[in-house]
Structures are given as structure tokens and as C-alpha cells.
Ligand binder design. Structure first.
Ligand code: PLP
Length: 432
């Protein structure tokens, strides 16, 4: 029997309320904030708040705590590196952890061709760097992205993002030469009515774009999430990535696969795009890579990452402590967490399908591994479920217009999954 979830005072308790008030007095008003969770400590899949409540974490700090909170091997790697040196600037000088992480990621990226790696501090910086890279490499301006996509908050990444108007409101003008096309509906395309197995499904809108608005010879890159994250955990139909790959090959366009949320073992494979057997020209990772420390990466085919010295750099990107955390994370993900994510994901989805039979508010259960979306009837139902789960000791988050996302640390076991299902069952029966 585990010592969590355990609610000892209805959250937010008095200490949590005081912290929320202090934060709200001084912090930027832009932070969206989901619910008043105020963390004191966390371990594995357990998060304890300042009032002594223990929560079962099924959001992992937005799909970041891949190895669980404060995994002892990650913490030891961080401490060991911190005691040696904290910083020297990997853009200008050399150290073992930087080279090791580049070498490791280059070997892990799917596809036979040799790769090179640029290390960043975040997902949005990986996207930002990839925009520069594809333009620099092709000497073309056009960027193609999908409706519903989330690629980050800096200007280039925000220009590709089309997930919520609120994120762009009052921020324009955006980067020029960005074209958005619909992300394929897994059930088929309304326009042609031929279903998801149509050989043009998902790429027909891009072909149309090429015919009417953007000559393919002006397109530098197509940016795609292999499973849309913030857009609502949308799984595209089988074959979509292969069709995109073929389209890119036909026109000399670079395929940029944004695995910031879906990568690092979350789907039960190291990278979600592996299911389609494609090789990305540019693969982006962040979030889970450092188990909570800020690090991301642009992994590109060697023929693509050939920009001149000085073309791109970063003071902190690939910081030695973050590299140590990332190397320890990779050891753990490869050393068993991938298989666990696949098995626990199966268990979770089977349990959710059983819940769907009892709760008509559930409209769809989808996902791969531990990247699971539960589509509910309305945005209000998602909001009520988030709060209801929080009050019962379960941390979940919404995604997209009406999806509850379940993205626990990859260390969850059967007892955790069953506890989450029980709490969701209770929550959906009486959300308040
Ligand atoms: N790309 C994807 C697919 C994401 O889900 C996110 C964040 O949610 C980002 C990029 C941006 O990452 P960050 O918040 O680290 O800048």
C-alpha cells in the first residue's frame, strides 16, 4: 500500500492559499495557472503540497518528469556535476557531458543517416533554432505548420503555433511566410469523404497550398508534432508522417518533427515518429530530456546541419549540470522505462475504455504509451474534472478544446494506474 494519494486538508489548504496570494501579488499576470497546487516536495509519481496533502501525479509538470520526481540517479548525476563545475559555455568551449549528450542523441535519432546536435535550454528555443536552420540550409523562406499546433512562445515558435488564439492575441505581427494547414482528422477528411486510409489524407491541404499560394520551391520546412500535444493529444491517422516525408522528398523541403512533448519515451518508444519508420531531417526534443532541468536539442541530419561557425549559439544551452541530468535520464529511459510506459499505457487505456462505457461524458480515449487523451463532452467538463481530481488527490491537466491529458511520469506502476482510474471514476461521477 502506498502513502499517496492522501488528502489531509481540502486543497488549497491555508499554507497553499497564502502562497498563492503572495505569488499573485508579485508574479506576472500572464501565467495561465490551472489550479492552486503549491508544491513542497515530490518523489517518483508523488507530489506533496505545503499543507501535507499527497497527490498522484498524472501530468508530470506538463510531461517533463519522465523519470519521476527527483529520481536518485538523476539527482546524484546533478550533484556530482554541480560539485565539479556549473558553467563554462558550451558554445565556446568543450566538456565531456556536452559531447556525450550530442553523441548519444545523434545515435538515438531514428534513421540510418549521420546526425549532428545543437543543445538548447527549452522547447521553444529548439523550435526557434530549427526555423533558422531550415531557412539557412535551404535558402528558402516558407514555413508550413498545422492548425492546433503548439511549438512554443518565442516569436518564431509562436508564429508556427495555432493552438489557442489567446496565446497570439495582441502579439502580432508574426514571422512572415508562415502557412498553416489543417492537422488530419483521425476519422477522415470531410472534404473528400474518403476516410483515413485515403492516400492523400493529411497532405491534400499542403498540395492545395502548393497549387495556389506557396510554390514548393519556396518552402523551407514542414513543422509537425507526431501526436499533437497542447492541441488536444490528437493522434493522426497511420501513414500521415510517411506521406509528409514523401512530399518533402519530392520538393526538397525539410521535415521538422517536433517531439518536445511526445519524445523521450512518453509514447512507449523513444520517439513517437518511430511508429511510422520515418527519418526526420530535423528532430526536436526538450521537456522530458532533463527530467526537470532545462535542456532541449535540435538533432539534424548531417547534410542539413552545416551552418557556418557563429550562425547559432547560446550562453546556457547544454549547461553541464543539465547535460548530466539528460545523460542519466537517457540511461533510465533506455534501461526499462520505455517498456514500462508501453505496458502502463495499455493498462491505462483499457481502464479508460471501461470508464467510457459507464460515463457518457467521455467521448474518446486515445493516445500511445503514457501520452493519453480523454476527450470529454465540453470544455466545462474538462475544467470540472481537473478540479474534481485535484480535490481527490490526482493531478491532471486539460489540452486542446475539451481533452483531459494523462501524462504521468514514466515510472508509474500498476497500483498508480489503478488508483488514477479509481479517482477518475469518482470524479466523473461527481466532478465537484
Ligand atoms: N513544442 C511542443 C510540441 C510543446 O508541447 C511545447 C511545450 O508545451 C513546446 C514546443 C515549447 O516548449 P517549452 O515550453 O519548453 O518552450
Amino acid at each position: 500500500m502506498k502513502d499517496y494519494p492522501r488528502i489531509v486538508v481540502a486543497p488549497p489548504g491555508p499554507r497553499a492559499q497564502a502562497e498563492v496570494a503572495r505569488h499573485d501579488r508579485y508574479a506576472s499576470t500572464s501565467y495561465p495557472k490551472e489550479y492552486p497546487l503549491v508544491v513542497a516536495r515530490a518523489s517518483g509519481a508523488m507530489v506533496e503540497d505545503v499543507d501535507g496533502n499527497r497527490f498522484l501525479d498524472f501530468m508530470a509538470g506538463i510531461a517533463v518528469a519522465a523519470t519521476g520526481h527527483a529520481h536518485p540517479r538523476v539527482v546524484a548525476a546533478i550533484q556530482e556535476q554541480a560539485a565539479r563545475f556549473l558553467h563554462i559555455c558550451g558554445s565556446d568551449f568543450y566538456y565531456d557531458g556536452f559531447s556525450s549528450l550530442c553523441q548519444r542523441l545523434a545515435a538515438l535519432a531514428p534513421g540510418p543517416g549521420p546526425k549532428r546536435v545543437f543543445l538548447t535550454n527549452s522547447g521553444t528555443e529548439a523550435v526557434e533554432g530549427a526555423i533558422k536552420l531550415v531557412r539557412n540550409s535551404t535558402r528558402r523562406p516558407g514555413l508550413i505548420a498545422f492548425t492546433g499546433a503548439f511549438h512554443g512562445r518565442t516569436y518564431g515558435a509562436m508564429s508556427l503555433t495555432a493552438s489557442r488564439a489567446r496565446q497570439r492575441e495582441g502579439m502580432g505581427p508574426f514571422l512572415p511566410e508562415v502557412y498553416h494547414v489543417p492537422y488530419p482528422d483521425p476519422h477522415g477528411c470531410e472534404a473528400c469523404g474518403r476516410g483515413p486510409d485515403c492516400e492523400r489524407h493529411g497532405v491534400a491541404p499542403i498540395e492545395d497550398l502548393f497549387a495556389r499560394r506557396l510554390a514548393p520551391r519556396d518552402a523551407a520546412g514542414i513543422f509537425v508534432e507526431p501526436i499533437q500535444g497542447e492541441g488536444g493529444y490528437v493522434v493522426p491517422p497511420e501513414g500521415f508522417l510517411r506521406r509528409l516525408r514523401a512530399l518533402c522528398d519530392a520538393h526538397g523541403i525539410l521535415l521538422v518533427v517536433d517531439e518536445v512533448q511526445s519524445g523521450m519515451g512518453r509514447t512507449g518508444r523513444m520517439f513517437a515518429c518511430e511508429t511510422e519508420g520515418i527519418e526526420a531531417d530535423v528532430l526536436l526534443v526538450a521537456k522530458g530530456l532533463g527530467s526537470g532541468l532545462p535542456i532541449g536539442a535540435i538533432v539534424a541530419r548531417e547534410a542539413v546541419m552545416k551552418w557556418e561557425p557563429g550562425a547559432h549559439g547560446s550562453t546556457f544551452g547544454g549547461n553541464p549540470v543539465c547535460c548530466a541530468a539528460a545523460l542519466a535520464t537517457l540511461d533510465l529511459v533506455e534501461g526499462g522505462l520505455l517498456a514500462n510506459a508501453a505496458a502502463m499505457g495499455e493498462r491505462l487505456r483499457a481502464g479508460l475504455r471501461a470508464l467510457a462505457a459507464r460515463h457518457p461524458v467521455i467521448r474518446d480515449v486515445r493516445g500511445r504509451g503514457l501520452m493519453v487523451g480523454l476527450e470529454l463532452a465540453s470544455p466545462e467538463a474538462v475544467h470540472a474534472a481537473e478540479w474534481g481530481a485535484f480535490r481527490r488527490g490526482l493531478l491532471v491537466l486539460g489540452a486542446g478544446p475539451r481533452t483531459l491529458r494523462l501524462a504521468p511520469p514514466l515510472v508509474v506502476d500498476a497500483e498508480d494506474v489503478d488508483a488514477a482510474l479509481r479517482l477518475l471514476d469518482e470524479t466523473l461521477a461527481a466532478p465537484a
